[in-house]
Design a protein. Sequence first.
Length: 505
Amino acid sequence: MYMRRHLFKGSGFSLVLRTLLLFFLSGAFLMFLLSGVIMSVIKARYIRETEEKSRKFIEQSYSIAEILIEPLYSRLYQIYSRDEVLLPFMYGGDFSGADYAALYARMRDIVKSSDLIRSLYVYNPARDVFFYFFSGSGASGMVTREAMFDTAALGMVESAAPKPVFTPRHARFAVQYDVFTVDENWISVFYGLSRGASTPALILNIDQARLQQFVESPIFDEGQETLIIDRNGIVISSANAALVNRDLSGEGIYRAVLDSRAQSGAFSRREGRAEHLVSFKKSPSLGWAFIGIGDKRALLAQFNRMQALMSTLTVVFMLSSLAVSFFVTRRVYTPLYRLSQTVLAAKPRRELGLSTKVYDELEEDYRALTEHVRTLEAEIERFTGKKARLHADTETKKTEWVRFTASHIDAHFADPGLSVELLADKIGISPNYLRTLFKAEKGVSISKYILDTRLERVKQLLRETKLRAHDIAAQAGFVNIKHFFVIFKQQTGTTVEAFRKQKGG
Protein backbone atom coordinates (compact mmCIF):
# COMPACT_ATOMS: atom_id res chain seq x y z
CA MET A 1 0.00 0.00 0.00
CA TYR A 2 2.90 2.26 0.85
CA MET A 3 4.60 1.55 -2.49
CA ARG A 4 1.43 2.15 -4.42
CA ARG A 5 0.82 5.48 -2.72
CA HIS A 6 4.28 6.74 -3.63
CA LEU A 7 4.16 5.40 -7.15
CA PHE A 8 1.04 7.34 -8.05
CA LYS A 9 1.98 10.45 -6.16
CA GLY A 10 2.79 13.81 -7.72
CA SER A 11 5.15 14.54 -10.58
CA GLY A 12 7.09 11.29 -10.07
CA PHE A 13 4.25 9.26 -11.49
CA SER A 14 3.85 11.69 -14.40
CA LEU A 15 7.52 11.26 -15.29
CA VAL A 16 7.23 7.46 -15.19
CA LEU A 17 4.03 7.52 -17.20
CA ARG A 18 5.54 9.78 -19.86
CA THR A 19 8.64 7.58 -20.04
CA LEU A 20 6.55 4.43 -20.42
CA LEU A 21 4.34 6.07 -23.03
CA LEU A 22 7.39 7.23 -25.01
CA PHE A 23 8.91 3.75 -25.02
CA PHE A 24 5.57 2.17 -25.91
CA LEU A 25 4.87 4.51 -28.81
CA SER A 26 8.41 4.11 -30.16
CA GLY A 27 8.19 0.33 -29.93
CA ALA A 28 4.70 0.29 -31.44
CA PHE A 29 5.82 2.44 -34.37
CA LEU A 30 8.82 0.23 -35.08
CA MET A 31 6.79 -2.95 -34.68
CA PHE A 32 4.01 -1.83 -37.02
CA LEU A 33 6.56 -0.49 -39.52
CA LEU A 34 8.41 -3.80 -39.52
CA SER A 35 5.23 -5.88 -39.79
CA GLY A 36 4.01 -3.64 -42.62
CA VAL A 37 7.22 -4.15 -44.59
CA ILE A 38 7.11 -7.91 -44.00
CA MET A 39 3.46 -8.18 -45.05
CA SER A 40 4.12 -6.09 -48.17
CA VAL A 41 6.92 -8.42 -49.22
CA ILE A 42 4.81 -11.50 -48.50
CA LYS A 43 1.83 -10.04 -50.38
CA ALA A 44 3.94 -9.26 -53.46
CA ARG A 45 5.32 -12.80 -53.43
CA TYR A 46 1.86 -14.29 -52.91
CA ILE A 47 0.47 -12.33 -55.86
CA ARG A 48 3.36 -13.51 -58.09
CA GLU A 49 2.77 -17.11 -57.05
CA THR A 50 -0.98 -16.74 -57.67
CA GLU A 51 -0.34 -15.28 -61.14
CA GLU A 52 2.07 -18.13 -61.95
CA LYS A 53 -0.42 -20.70 -60.69
CA SER A 54 -3.18 -19.16 -62.81
CA ARG A 55 -0.92 -19.10 -65.87
CA LYS A 56 0.02 -22.77 -65.44
CA PHE A 57 -3.64 -23.66 -65.01
CA ILE A 58 -4.56 -22.01 -68.30
CA GLU A 59 -1.57 -23.67 -70.02
CA GLN A 60 -2.84 -27.03 -68.80
CA SER A 61 -6.39 -26.33 -70.01
CA TYR A 62 -5.00 -25.29 -73.37
CA SER A 63 -2.88 -28.44 -73.67
CA ILE A 64 -5.75 -30.76 -72.74
CA ALA A 65 -8.13 -29.12 -75.22
CA GLU A 66 -5.57 -29.29 -78.05
CA ILE A 67 -4.88 -32.96 -77.32
CA LEU A 68 -8.61 -33.73 -77.33
CA ILE A 69 -9.98 -31.50 -80.10
CA GLU A 70 -7.29 -31.35 -82.80
CA PRO A 71 -6.96 -35.13 -83.36
CA LEU A 72 -10.75 -35.46 -83.21
CA TYR A 73 -11.24 -32.77 -85.84
CA SER A 74 -8.57 -34.24 -88.12
CA ARG A 75 -9.88 -37.78 -87.78
CA LEU A 76 -13.45 -36.73 -88.63
CA TYR A 77 -12.18 -34.84 -91.65
CA GLN A 78 -10.50 -38.02 -92.89
CA ILE A 79 -13.76 -39.90 -92.31
CA TYR A 80 -15.71 -37.25 -94.22
CA SER A 81 -13.25 -37.42 -97.12
CA ARG A 82 -12.47 -41.14 -97.37
CA ASP A 83 -14.62 -43.38 -95.20
CA GLU A 84 -15.85 -46.32 -97.29
CA VAL A 85 -19.01 -46.79 -95.22
CA LEU A 86 -20.14 -43.18 -94.84
CA LEU A 87 -19.29 -41.89 -98.33
CA PRO A 88 -21.99 -43.93 -100.13
CA PHE A 89 -24.60 -42.57 -97.71
CA MET A 90 -23.53 -39.00 -98.47
CA TYR A 91 -23.63 -39.43 -102.26
CA GLY A 92 -25.63 -42.62 -103.13
CA GLY A 93 -29.32 -43.27 -103.54
CA ASP A 94 -30.21 -46.96 -103.04
CA PHE A 95 -29.22 -49.00 -100.00
CA SER A 96 -29.97 -52.45 -98.66
CA GLY A 97 -30.80 -53.42 -95.11
CA ALA A 98 -27.22 -54.62 -94.64
CA ASP A 99 -25.97 -51.21 -95.84
CA TYR A 100 -28.07 -49.42 -93.20
CA ALA A 101 -26.83 -51.78 -90.49
CA ALA A 102 -23.21 -51.10 -91.53
CA LEU A 103 -23.85 -47.33 -91.53
CA TYR A 104 -25.29 -47.20 -88.01
CA ALA A 105 -22.58 -49.52 -86.70
CA ARG A 106 -19.94 -47.21 -88.20
CA MET A 107 -21.63 -44.10 -86.76
CA ARG A 108 -21.82 -45.80 -83.36
CA ASP A 109 -18.09 -46.57 -83.47
CA ILE A 110 -17.29 -42.95 -84.34
CA VAL A 111 -19.50 -41.51 -81.59
CA LYS A 112 -18.22 -43.90 -78.93
CA SER A 113 -14.58 -43.25 -79.86
CA SER A 114 -14.56 -40.05 -77.78
CA ASP A 115 -16.34 -38.97 -74.61
CA LEU A 116 -16.71 -35.51 -76.17
CA ILE A 117 -18.95 -36.57 -79.07
CA ARG A 118 -22.67 -36.14 -78.35
CA SER A 119 -24.11 -36.91 -81.78
CA LEU A 120 -23.26 -37.30 -85.46
CA TYR A 121 -25.32 -36.30 -88.54
CA VAL A 122 -24.80 -37.38 -92.15
CA TYR A 123 -26.66 -35.41 -94.83
CA ASN A 124 -27.45 -36.97 -98.23
CA PRO A 125 -28.65 -34.35 -100.75
CA ALA A 126 -29.56 -36.96 -103.38
CA ARG A 127 -32.26 -38.38 -101.10
CA ASP A 128 -32.60 -35.15 -99.09
CA VAL A 129 -32.35 -37.01 -95.76
CA PHE A 130 -30.32 -36.93 -92.56
CA PHE A 131 -28.89 -40.00 -90.86
CA TYR A 132 -28.20 -39.54 -87.13
CA PHE A 133 -26.72 -41.30 -84.11
CA PHE A 134 -26.70 -40.14 -80.45
CA SER A 135 -24.34 -41.22 -77.68
CA GLY A 136 -25.76 -42.45 -74.40
CA SER A 137 -29.19 -43.48 -75.66
CA GLY A 138 -27.80 -44.99 -78.87
CA ALA A 139 -30.76 -43.51 -80.75
CA SER A 140 -30.25 -43.68 -84.53
CA GLY A 141 -32.33 -43.37 -87.66
CA MET A 142 -33.13 -41.42 -90.79
CA VAL A 143 -35.25 -38.30 -91.16
CA THR A 144 -36.12 -36.12 -94.16
CA ARG A 145 -34.82 -32.60 -94.37
CA GLU A 146 -38.34 -31.18 -93.93
CA ALA A 147 -38.82 -33.23 -90.75
CA MET A 148 -35.32 -32.63 -89.31
CA PHE A 149 -35.72 -32.02 -85.55
CA ASP A 150 -32.42 -30.15 -85.09
CA THR A 151 -33.23 -26.87 -86.83
CA ALA A 152 -29.80 -25.37 -86.14
CA ALA A 153 -28.07 -28.25 -87.95
CA LEU A 154 -30.61 -27.91 -90.74
CA GLY A 155 -29.69 -24.23 -91.04
CA MET A 156 -25.99 -25.14 -91.37
CA VAL A 157 -26.79 -27.46 -94.29
CA GLU A 158 -29.13 -25.05 -96.09
CA SER A 159 -26.90 -21.99 -95.74
CA ALA A 160 -24.42 -21.40 -98.55
CA ALA A 161 -22.46 -18.88 -96.50
CA PRO A 162 -18.99 -19.81 -95.16
CA LYS A 163 -19.22 -21.44 -91.75
CA PRO A 164 -16.86 -21.18 -88.78
CA VAL A 165 -14.91 -24.30 -87.92
CA PHE A 166 -16.59 -24.50 -84.51
CA THR A 167 -20.11 -23.25 -83.86
CA PRO A 168 -21.22 -23.04 -80.21
CA ARG A 169 -24.97 -23.36 -79.79
CA HIS A 170 -27.76 -24.38 -77.46
CA ALA A 171 -29.44 -27.54 -78.72
CA ARG A 172 -33.07 -27.85 -77.65
CA PHE A 173 -35.37 -30.24 -79.50
CA ALA A 174 -37.25 -33.52 -79.28
CA VAL A 175 -35.91 -36.37 -81.38
CA GLN A 176 -38.38 -37.94 -83.78
CA TYR A 177 -41.66 -39.01 -82.12
CA ASP A 178 -40.41 -37.68 -78.74
CA VAL A 179 -38.19 -40.70 -78.16
CA PHE A 180 -36.08 -38.38 -76.01
CA THR A 181 -35.38 -34.67 -75.73
CA VAL A 182 -32.16 -32.67 -75.88
CA ASP A 183 -31.53 -29.48 -73.89
CA GLU A 184 -27.75 -28.98 -73.87
CA ASN A 185 -24.92 -26.76 -75.03
CA TRP A 186 -23.06 -28.15 -78.04
CA ILE A 187 -20.09 -27.20 -80.18
CA SER A 188 -20.88 -28.20 -83.77
CA VAL A 189 -18.23 -28.93 -86.40
CA PHE A 190 -19.46 -28.73 -90.01
CA TYR A 191 -17.75 -30.71 -92.78
CA GLY A 192 -19.05 -29.68 -96.19
CA LEU A 193 -18.52 -27.39 -99.15
CA SER A 194 -20.99 -24.69 -98.02
CA ARG A 195 -23.08 -24.82 -101.20
CA GLY A 196 -26.40 -25.10 -99.46
CA ALA A 197 -28.58 -28.22 -99.45
CA SER A 198 -27.08 -29.48 -102.71
CA THR A 199 -23.82 -30.69 -101.15
CA PRO A 200 -23.23 -33.68 -98.83
CA ALA A 201 -22.29 -32.81 -95.26
CA LEU A 202 -21.12 -34.34 -92.01
CA ILE A 203 -21.92 -32.59 -88.70
CA LEU A 204 -20.14 -33.53 -85.48
CA ASN A 205 -21.69 -32.27 -82.22
CA ILE A 206 -19.36 -31.97 -79.20
CA ASP A 207 -20.73 -31.91 -75.66
CA GLN A 208 -19.67 -28.50 -74.31
CA ALA A 209 -20.21 -29.46 -70.66
CA ARG A 210 -17.95 -32.49 -71.08
CA LEU A 211 -15.22 -30.36 -72.66
CA GLN A 212 -15.53 -27.89 -69.78
CA GLN A 213 -14.96 -30.71 -67.29
CA PHE A 214 -11.65 -31.52 -68.98
CA VAL A 215 -10.35 -27.94 -69.12
CA GLU A 216 -11.44 -27.09 -65.56
CA SER A 217 -8.69 -28.66 -63.46
CA PRO A 218 -9.28 -29.11 -59.70
CA ILE A 219 -5.78 -27.77 -58.89
CA PHE A 220 -6.99 -24.18 -59.06
CA ASP A 221 -10.62 -23.57 -58.31
CA GLU A 222 -10.73 -20.87 -55.64
CA GLY A 223 -12.16 -17.69 -57.13
CA GLN A 224 -11.23 -18.77 -60.68
CA GLU A 225 -13.52 -18.78 -63.73
CA THR A 226 -12.41 -20.49 -66.93
CA LEU A 227 -13.88 -20.07 -70.39
CA ILE A 228 -12.99 -20.42 -74.05
CA ILE A 229 -13.82 -17.83 -76.72
CA ASP A 230 -13.17 -17.87 -80.46
CA ARG A 231 -11.32 -15.17 -82.38
CA ASN A 232 -14.56 -13.18 -82.75
CA GLY A 233 -15.26 -13.15 -79.01
CA ILE A 234 -18.03 -15.78 -79.12
CA VAL A 235 -18.04 -18.01 -76.02
CA ILE A 236 -17.24 -21.59 -77.00
CA SER A 237 -17.26 -23.12 -73.52
CA SER A 238 -17.95 -21.95 -69.98
CA ALA A 239 -19.05 -23.41 -66.66
CA ASN A 240 -21.82 -20.81 -66.80
CA ALA A 241 -24.19 -22.30 -69.41
CA ALA A 242 -25.87 -18.90 -69.92
CA LEU A 243 -22.62 -17.50 -71.40
CA VAL A 244 -22.25 -20.13 -74.15
CA ASN A 245 -22.63 -18.62 -77.65
CA ARG A 246 -22.69 -15.06 -76.25
CA ASP A 247 -20.66 -12.34 -77.94
CA LEU A 248 -18.25 -10.88 -75.35
CA SER A 249 -16.00 -9.06 -77.80
CA GLY A 250 -17.28 -5.69 -76.58
CA GLU A 251 -16.47 -6.28 -72.92
CA GLY A 252 -13.21 -4.94 -71.49
CA ILE A 253 -11.39 -8.06 -70.36
CA TYR A 254 -12.19 -10.11 -73.46
CA ARG A 255 -11.48 -7.21 -75.80
CA ALA A 256 -8.05 -6.82 -74.19
CA VAL A 257 -7.29 -10.51 -74.77
CA LEU A 258 -8.48 -10.44 -78.39
CA ASP A 259 -6.47 -7.28 -79.14
CA SER A 260 -3.29 -8.60 -77.55
CA ARG A 261 -0.64 -9.66 -80.05
CA ALA A 262 0.89 -12.02 -77.50
CA GLN A 263 -0.06 -15.70 -77.63
CA SER A 264 -0.17 -15.90 -73.83
CA GLY A 265 0.07 -13.58 -70.87
CA ALA A 266 -1.41 -12.32 -67.61
CA PHE A 267 -2.62 -8.93 -66.43
CA SER A 268 -4.74 -7.25 -63.76
CA ARG A 269 -7.82 -5.23 -64.63
CA ARG A 270 -10.23 -3.27 -62.47
CA GLU A 271 -13.89 -3.08 -63.47
CA GLY A 272 -16.08 -1.13 -61.10
CA ARG A 273 -15.18 -2.12 -57.53
CA ALA A 274 -13.80 -5.51 -58.51
CA GLU A 275 -10.19 -6.18 -59.50
CA HIS A 276 -9.58 -9.21 -61.69
CA LEU A 277 -6.49 -11.30 -62.33
CA VAL A 278 -6.60 -12.47 -65.97
CA SER A 279 -4.49 -15.19 -67.62
CA PHE A 280 -4.86 -16.27 -71.25
CA LYS A 281 -3.45 -18.61 -73.87
CA LYS A 282 -4.33 -18.53 -77.57
CA SER A 283 -4.47 -21.56 -79.85
CA PRO A 284 -3.57 -20.65 -83.45
CA SER A 285 -4.75 -24.02 -84.80
CA LEU A 286 -8.16 -23.97 -83.11
CA GLY A 287 -8.65 -20.21 -83.23
CA TRP A 288 -9.61 -20.24 -79.55
CA ALA A 289 -8.46 -18.20 -76.56
CA PHE A 290 -8.41 -19.90 -73.16
CA ILE A 291 -9.08 -17.34 -70.44
CA GLY A 292 -8.87 -17.64 -66.65
CA ILE A 293 -10.48 -14.80 -64.69
CA GLY A 294 -10.00 -14.66 -60.93
CA ASP A 295 -11.45 -12.24 -58.41
CA LYS A 296 -8.31 -10.84 -56.81
CA ARG A 297 -10.06 -10.37 -53.49
CA ALA A 298 -11.12 -14.03 -53.41
CA LEU A 299 -7.69 -15.21 -54.57
CA LEU A 300 -6.03 -13.20 -51.78
CA ALA A 301 -8.53 -14.27 -49.10
CA GLN A 302 -6.02 -16.58 -47.44
CA PHE A 303 -3.38 -13.84 -47.37
CA ASN A 304 -5.87 -11.33 -45.92
CA ARG A 305 -6.72 -13.76 -43.11
CA MET A 306 -3.02 -14.17 -42.37
CA GLN A 307 -2.54 -10.39 -42.40
CA ALA A 308 -5.40 -9.91 -39.92
CA LEU A 309 -3.90 -12.55 -37.64
CA MET A 310 -0.48 -10.86 -37.86
CA SER A 311 -1.98 -7.49 -36.92
CA THR A 312 -3.83 -8.99 -33.98
CA LEU A 313 -0.70 -10.70 -32.68
CA THR A 314 1.24 -7.44 -33.03
CA VAL A 315 -1.33 -5.56 -30.95
CA VAL A 316 -1.37 -8.30 -28.30
CA PHE A 317 2.42 -8.28 -28.15
CA MET A 318 2.57 -4.52 -27.73
CA LEU A 319 -0.05 -4.52 -24.95
CA SER A 320 1.80 -7.34 -23.18
CA SER A 321 5.06 -5.41 -23.49
CA LEU A 322 3.39 -2.35 -21.99
CA ALA A 323 2.14 -4.37 -19.01
CA VAL A 324 5.56 -5.95 -18.41
CA SER A 325 7.33 -2.59 -18.73
CA PHE A 326 4.93 -1.03 -16.24
CA PHE A 327 5.52 -3.83 -13.72
CA VAL A 328 9.32 -3.73 -14.02
CA THR A 329 9.43 0.06 -13.88
CA ARG A 330 7.31 0.08 -10.74
CA ARG A 331 9.63 -2.43 -9.07
CA VAL A 332 12.71 -0.32 -9.83
CA TYR A 333 11.25 3.15 -9.44
CA THR A 334 9.49 2.81 -6.07
CA PRO A 335 12.63 2.39 -3.86
CA LEU A 336 14.45 5.20 -5.66
CA TYR A 337 11.48 7.51 -5.32
CA ARG A 338 11.15 6.78 -1.60
CA LEU A 339 14.88 7.34 -1.08
CA SER A 340 14.90 10.67 -2.88
CA GLN A 341 11.87 11.92 -0.99
CA THR A 342 13.35 10.96 2.38
CA VAL A 343 16.79 12.49 1.70
CA LEU A 344 15.30 15.74 0.48
CA ALA A 345 13.03 15.98 3.52
CA ALA A 346 15.66 14.88 6.12
CA LYS A 347 16.90 18.20 7.56
CA PRO A 348 17.31 17.32 11.29
CA ARG A 349 19.91 14.67 12.21
CA ARG A 350 17.34 12.48 13.93
CA GLU A 351 15.60 11.86 10.61
CA LEU A 352 18.67 10.08 9.21
CA GLY A 353 17.39 6.90 10.85
CA LEU A 354 14.57 6.96 8.32
CA SER A 355 17.17 7.30 5.56
CA THR A 356 19.03 4.26 6.87
CA LYS A 357 15.79 2.30 6.82
CA VAL A 358 15.17 3.35 3.25
CA TYR A 359 18.69 2.28 2.31
CA ASP A 360 18.03 -1.11 3.90
CA GLU A 361 14.79 -1.47 1.99
CA LEU A 362 16.55 -0.45 -1.22
CA GLU A 363 19.29 -3.03 -0.63
CA GLU A 364 16.68 -5.69 0.12
CA ASP A 365 14.73 -4.83 -3.01
CA TYR A 366 17.91 -4.82 -5.06
CA ARG A 367 18.92 -8.23 -3.68
CA ALA A 368 15.44 -9.61 -4.42
CA LEU A 369 15.50 -8.13 -7.92
CA THR A 370 18.96 -9.60 -8.58
CA GLU A 371 17.78 -13.03 -7.43
CA HIS A 372 14.71 -12.73 -9.60
CA VAL A 373 16.86 -11.88 -12.63
CA ARG A 374 19.12 -14.90 -11.97
CA THR A 375 16.10 -17.15 -11.67
CA LEU A 376 14.70 -15.71 -14.89
CA GLU A 377 18.02 -16.28 -16.67
CA ALA A 378 18.08 -19.91 -15.51
CA GLU A 379 14.51 -20.43 -16.72
CA ILE A 380 15.36 -18.86 -20.09
CA GLU A 381 18.43 -21.09 -20.44
CA ARG A 382 16.39 -24.18 -19.53
CA PHE A 383 13.59 -23.21 -21.94
CA THR A 384 16.08 -22.47 -24.72
CA GLY A 385 17.67 -25.89 -24.29
CA LYS A 386 14.29 -27.59 -24.37
CA LYS A 387 13.31 -25.60 -27.43
CA ALA A 388 16.55 -26.57 -29.22
CA ARG A 389 15.99 -30.24 -28.41
CA LEU A 390 12.35 -29.98 -29.48
CA HIS A 391 13.38 -28.32 -32.72
CA ALA A 392 15.92 -31.07 -33.43
CA ASP A 393 13.34 -33.77 -32.67
CA THR A 394 10.77 -32.04 -34.89
CA GLU A 395 13.22 -31.77 -37.80
CA THR A 396 14.00 -35.49 -37.46
CA LYS A 397 10.29 -36.33 -37.49
CA LYS A 398 9.75 -34.17 -40.57
CA THR A 399 12.47 -36.07 -42.43
CA GLU A 400 11.01 -39.40 -41.33
CA TRP A 401 7.51 -38.36 -42.47
CA VAL A 402 8.78 -37.37 -45.91
CA ARG A 403 10.83 -40.58 -46.19
CA PHE A 404 7.79 -42.67 -45.17
CA THR A 405 5.59 -40.85 -47.71
CA ALA A 406 8.03 -41.47 -50.58
CA SER A 407 8.53 -45.13 -49.58
CA HIS A 408 4.78 -45.73 -49.33
CA ILE A 409 4.22 -44.20 -52.76
CA ASP A 410 7.01 -46.31 -54.27
CA ALA A 411 5.42 -49.45 -52.82
CA HIS A 412 1.74 -48.68 -53.42
CA PHE A 413 1.64 -46.45 -56.52
CA ALA A 414 -0.59 -49.01 -58.27
CA ASP A 415 -3.34 -48.41 -55.70
CA PRO A 416 -5.96 -46.14 -57.40
CA GLY A 417 -7.02 -44.90 -53.97
CA LEU A 418 -3.56 -43.56 -53.13
CA SER A 419 -3.92 -39.89 -52.13
CA VAL A 420 -2.38 -37.16 -50.01
CA GLU A 421 -5.23 -37.51 -47.52
CA LEU A 422 -4.54 -41.23 -47.10
CA LEU A 423 -0.81 -40.66 -46.54
CA ALA A 424 -1.43 -37.83 -44.06
CA ASP A 425 -3.90 -40.00 -42.14
CA LYS A 426 -1.30 -42.78 -41.83
CA ILE A 427 1.25 -40.34 -40.39
CA GLY A 428 -1.23 -38.40 -38.23
CA ILE A 429 -0.75 -34.87 -39.60
CA SER A 430 -2.83 -32.60 -41.83
CA PRO A 431 -2.69 -33.07 -45.64
CA ASN A 432 -1.65 -29.45 -46.23
CA TYR A 433 1.24 -29.73 -43.73
CA LEU A 434 2.41 -32.96 -45.39
CA ARG A 435 2.26 -31.26 -48.81
CA THR A 436 4.45 -28.41 -47.53
CA LEU A 437 7.02 -30.74 -45.92
CA PHE A 438 7.25 -33.01 -48.96
CA LYS A 439 7.60 -30.14 -51.44
CA ALA A 440 10.35 -28.52 -49.33
CA GLU A 441 12.27 -31.83 -49.01
CA LYS A 442 11.79 -33.34 -52.48
CA GLY A 443 11.30 -30.26 -54.64
CA VAL A 444 8.06 -31.64 -56.16
CA SER A 445 4.50 -32.00 -54.91
CA ILE A 446 3.15 -35.32 -53.67
CA SER A 447 0.70 -35.52 -56.58
CA LYS A 448 3.54 -34.97 -59.06
CA TYR A 449 5.67 -37.59 -57.31
CA ILE A 450 2.82 -40.14 -57.53
CA LEU A 451 2.27 -39.28 -61.21
CA ASP A 452 5.99 -39.54 -62.06
CA THR A 453 6.27 -42.89 -60.25
CA ARG A 454 3.28 -44.28 -62.14
CA LEU A 455 4.57 -43.02 -65.48
CA GLU A 456 7.98 -44.61 -64.86
CA ARG A 457 6.21 -47.93 -64.26
CA VAL A 458 4.21 -47.42 -67.48
CA LYS A 459 7.40 -46.72 -69.45
CA GLN A 460 9.05 -49.83 -67.99
CA LEU A 461 6.11 -52.06 -68.95
CA LEU A 462 5.94 -50.51 -72.43
CA ARG A 463 9.65 -51.30 -72.96
CA GLU A 464 9.69 -54.77 -71.44
CA THR A 465 6.25 -56.30 -72.13
CA LYS A 466 3.65 -56.69 -74.86
CA LEU A 467 0.74 -55.89 -72.54
CA ARG A 468 -2.09 -53.73 -73.85
CA ALA A 469 -2.01 -50.08 -72.91
CA HIS A 470 -5.26 -50.51 -70.91
CA ASP A 471 -3.67 -53.27 -68.77
CA ILE A 472 -0.47 -51.29 -68.28
CA ALA A 473 -2.41 -48.23 -67.16
CA ALA A 474 -4.37 -50.33 -64.65
CA GLN A 475 -1.15 -51.88 -63.24
CA ALA A 476 0.29 -48.39 -62.76
CA GLY A 477 -2.76 -47.11 -60.85
CA PHE A 478 -4.57 -45.16 -63.61
CA VAL A 479 -8.34 -45.64 -63.51
CA ASN A 480 -9.57 -43.46 -66.37
CA ILE A 481 -7.91 -44.76 -69.56
CA LYS A 482 -8.73 -41.65 -71.59
CA HIS A 483 -7.25 -39.41 -68.92
CA PHE A 484 -4.20 -41.70 -68.88
CA PHE A 485 -3.58 -41.17 -72.61
CA VAL A 486 -3.94 -37.40 -72.19
CA ILE A 487 -1.55 -37.27 -69.22
CA PHE A 488 1.02 -39.53 -70.94
CA LYS A 489 1.06 -37.34 -74.05
CA GLN A 490 1.26 -34.17 -71.95
CA GLN A 491 4.13 -35.42 -69.75
CA THR A 492 6.24 -37.27 -72.36
CA GLY A 493 5.46 -35.34 -75.53
CA THR A 494 4.50 -38.50 -77.40
CA THR A 495 1.69 -41.06 -77.54
CA VAL A 496 1.78 -44.46 -75.86
CA GLU A 497 2.11 -46.35 -79.14
CA ALA A 498 4.81 -44.03 -80.44
CA PHE A 499 6.78 -44.44 -77.24
CA ARG A 500 6.55 -48.23 -77.48
CA LYS A 501 7.79 -48.19 -81.07
CA GLN A 502 10.68 -45.86 -80.22
CA LYS A 503 11.79 -48.03 -77.30
CA GLY A 504 11.33 -51.32 -79.14
CA GLY A 505 8.69 -52.67 -76.69
